[in-house]
Ligand binder design. Structure first.
Ligand SMILES: [Zn+2]
Length: 65
């Protein structure tokens, strides 16, 4: 289990529990950065899925002709 971040890494200000941003300087917390990384990965996976479907259908149509 990851330890809860209690202070801003940039300015050292105390953070609200589960905060995504520092209230003083606006820096992202570790938790928010991790969520952003997960979101990017999910988006990339979805994009690859769509590309795979398009390539698959293109191949099917070229085989049928
Ligand atoms: Zn800060």
């Amino acid at each position: 289990m990851q330890q809860m971040q209690v202070a801003c890494e940039t300015c050292g200000a105390e953070l609200v529990a589960n905060a995504a941003y520092c209230e003083r300087c606006g820096a992202r917390t570790r938790r928010a950065r991790r969520l952003v990384r997960i979101a990017i990965r999910v988006e990339l996976l979805f994009f690859l899925l769509v590309v795979g479907i398009v390539i698959g259908f293109t191949w099917i149509y070229s085989v049928q002709r």
